[in-house]
Write a protein that binds this ligand. Structure first.
Ligand code: DGY
Length: 334
């Protein structure tokens, strides 16, 4: 009798042609529409699966894998994997993978788009115009801050942070400062024309601060009211990483009270819900977690996730050697 084919679950619609590649080796249960799976539903899906392709929407922790006795691999579509309890997966010998590198430049582009929109009040101006409030060209309409020649601060200098640094240094003549737990090798610093500073100096000196660091309990609300108080009142804050890095109530207060010029947020602590206080403000640019959302990059992410799963389940040309496994601690993101 032929051996039963492994079963895999794909939690959200990706690209049919890319997901379709799984059919060669596996019985595939692929979501046909965007679905908000409850933890119990995730657990039920994993119970029958040998492998899964999941997104940041699905939390995979000890509870979800308790009954998943066949599960051998979880391929996350995304570079950030704070939705995975890597320690719990490792303890069960389940391979976890993510999708680094393929989204670096696209996400760095978006960080810059957001930074510029916040500095030059792009979405605020558009809303004002659409509201019919533009009566006549005037000299002091919507004055913003300059990007060129200003100081760019980057908190979290992984691959995406470095891409943002290069854009700032070489594209806009910015002075680039960064803070990381550890300083990067001098060669990388000079490739990005970036200088390491301590956290307080980064806060104090940045004209435009961009968050690109991994989210974990250690980085929860790293930007809180105390951090915001150290920033220049003319500064902008851009968050392209994870919502939990920012105390949104403190940020909304700072924006409302003129203690910070503007912000741009692509990620939110309770997404898709956005704090009403932020929604009510004009000086914050809000986008729905689309940092890596170019068509080419999303296809590359789906392809890498599928390649990872195939290899982790011992099939295909890289059998047993998934291209981008998550190894070790749970905090690495970018
Ligand atoms: C990422 O890759 O981490 C993006 O935020 C999408 O998951």
């Amino acid at each position: 009798m032929a051996e039963a084919r492994p079963r895999v679950w794909v939690s959200q619609p990706l690209f049919d042609d890319i997901v379709g590649r799984l059919d060669e080796w596996f019985e595939v249960d692929a979501a046909r529409e965007v679905t908000a799976w409850s933890p119990d539903q995730v657990a039920a899906k994993l119970r029958d699966a040998d492998g899964a392709v999941v997104t940041l929407n699905e939390h995979i922790g000890a509870g979800e894998i308790t009954g998943a006795t066949r599960l051998r691999a979880v391929a996350n579509v995304g570079v950030g994997y704070d939705n995975l309890d890597v320690a719990a997966l490792e303890a069960r010998g389940i391979v976890a993978t993510n999708t680094p590198d393929v989204l670096t430049e696209t996400t760095a582009d978006m960080a810059f788009a957001l930074l510029m929109a916040a500095a030059r009040r792009v979405t605020e101006g558009e809303r004002w115009l659409r509201e019919g409030r533009w009566r006549q060209w005037s000299f002091d309409t919507l004055l913003g801050g300059d990007v060129h020649g200003s100081t760019l601060g980057i908190l979290g200098m992984g691959r995406i942070g470095q891409g943002i640094a290069r854009r700032g240094a070489f594209g806009f003549g910015m002075r680039v400062l960064y803070h990381n737990r550890s300083r990067l090798p001098v060669g990388i610093e000079s490739n990005c024309r970036a200088a390491w500073v301590d956290f307080d100096t980064l806060l104090r000196e940045s004209d435009h601060l961009v968050l690109v660091l991994p989210y974990s309990p250690a980085t929860h609300h790293v930007i809180d009211s105390a951090a915001l108080a150290k920033m220049k009142p003319t500064a902008t804050l851009t968050n392209i990483a994870r919502g939990g890095l920012v105390d949104e109530a403190a940020l909304a207060d700072a924006l409302a009270n003129g203690r910070l010029a503007s912000a741009a947020l692509d990620v939110f602590e309770g997404e898709p819900a956005v704090a009403p206080k932020l929604l009510a403000l004009r000086n914050v640019v809000l986008t729905p977690h689309v940092g890596s959302a170019s068509l080419a990059t999303r296809r590359a992410m789906a392809t890498l996730a599928v390649d990872n799963l195939v290899a982790a389940l011992g099939r295909g040309p890289d059998a047993g050697r998934p291209p981008t496994p998550i190894t070790g601690a749970t905090t690495a993101k970018r």
